[in-house]
Design a protein around this ligand. Structure first.
Ligand code: GLY
Length: 399
């Protein structure tokens, strides 16, 4: 089993290993996950000079993720404002994927929709309630009998109960996306600084750049703080300006096709005796199975119990999972926020500081719209209206 996968993406994309840091940049981006990379790419394409700081860009939670773009099947009760943002984000993915693929090759954007099925009668009843809620909100969903679900995906277990079909919930290959973003950044002239940021540097309360772990100062007129769940522990900032983010652990498996070939054509989510599991097929025949949701602090160990539960639930709905090869088990840390929505926008108390964190379960989905919001902030135009409820201070002053 491959626990570490291959070399750091940043080393393979032509970004200079020893950047010239003597000049002042328009923007320093702290964090090279999908949010930081997307923002840096967008800003560099607007002819801003951009330094992206991360010792291992693309290797944190974004490397571990599944890459689902699923506003409808990931709907949660009480999160209607987040739904509006997620739907607006999903609409941007066609253009984002097209632009990215034009400069950096395929990103595995598959418009194949998502099935949600239940394993037993209680699970079916839960999905039916969700379906009613989705319909009330005017979402594009279709109820499926068990037979119809199995007609769509023959690998579903005979015992699977009815479910629903969300034709607009798609996926990308998360690893192709972060690798492509690094290539695109290089084309756009951004500078990759392969070091951790220790602190945001300020003069008179306003941002003047960042200090790296080596002590080197990188001068910048603005700093985008996109360090995922680590955003709240960055130095140099007054405590009230730090974002209320915490790590939410997700363990996830990658299975390679076995003798029987790939079992699924579409993403399948399932509720199995009250637990959620998802199975996301890739172009190469592999399958991503995830994910746990655990409040364990900064722990990224992979546990036997989590692997057992994920495989047990996945096999309950798709028995052919048993024939696949267990290739990788990994854990990532989602940046959770107090209300599960992102924290995006300028921090009024620290001129020049712009927040982009707290994306929780929706980092890939929200990357293009977050990049749009950040570029609007830095250029001085209006951000997407759906982002209005998701400023950096809303945990204190509700929207
Ligand atoms: N969006 C999938 C997850 O957070 O596990």
């Amino acid at each position: 089993m491959n626990a570490a996968a291959d070399a750091a993406p940043g080393r393979r994309h032509g970004l200079p290993p020893v950047p010239d840091l003597s000049r002042a940049f328009d923007v320093a981006v702290v964090g090279g996950g999908v949010i930081g990379l997307s923002a840096a790419w967008r800003l560099a394409r607007l002819a801003m000079t951009v330094a992206l700081c991360d010792p291992e860009p693309g290797r944190g939670a974004s490397w571990v993720a599944a890459g689902m773009l699923a506003p409808v099947t990931e709907l949660h009760y009480g999160e209607e404002a987040l739904l509006a943002l997620n739907l607006a984000a999903a609409r941007r993915w066609d253009g984002f994927a097209r632009d990215l693929e034009a400069v950096a090759g395929p990103v595995g954007y598959r418009r194949t929709g998502t099935l949600l099925v239940g394993a037993d009668e209680d699970d079916r009843a839960w999905i039916e309630q969700l379906f009613d809620f989705q319909r009330q909100l005017g979402l594009e969903v279709e109820w499926l009998s068990a037979r119809r679900a199995r007609d769509m995906e023959q690998a579903l277990a005979p015992g699977v109960r009815a479910g629903l079909w969300a034709p607009g919930d798609h996926q990308v290959d998360n690893r192709l996306v972060v690798s492509a973003l690094l290539t695109a950044l290089s084309h756009a002239g951004a500078v990759l600084v392969p070091e951790a940021v220790e602190a945001v540097s300020c003069t008179g309360g306003a941002v003047r750049g960042v200090r790296l772990s080596s002590g080197t100062e990188v001068a910048a007129r603005a700093v985008v703080l996109a360090a995922g769940c680590h955003s709240s522990s960055i130095g140099g900032l007054p405590a009230p300006s730090l974002p209320a983010v915490r790590p939410v652990k997700g363990q996830i498996l990658r299975l390679a096709a076995g003798r029987g070939g790939p079992p699924l054509r579409r993403a399948v989510r399932a509720v199995v005796e009250g637990s959620s599991v998802y199975l996301v097929p890739r172009e190469d025949g592999s399958l991503v199975v995830g994910a746990t949701v655990e409040e364990q602090g900064f722990d990224t160990t992979v546990t036997a119990g989590a692997v057992l539960e994920l495989l047990r639930d996945a096999r309950r709905v798709v028995p052919a999972v048993s024939e696949m090869v267990l290739d990788e088990a990994s854990a990532g840390l989602r940046p959770g926020s107090p209300d599960n929505g992102p924290l995006v926008g300028p921090v009024a108390s620290v001129p020049g500081l712009v927040m982009a964190t707290g994306h929780f379960r929706n980092g890939f989905l929200l990357a293009p719209i977050t990049a749009d919001a950040l570029s609007a902030v830095l250029v001085g135009t209006d951000p997407p209206p759906e982002m209005a409820c998701f400023g950096p201070r809303r945990a204190v002053v509700p929207c």
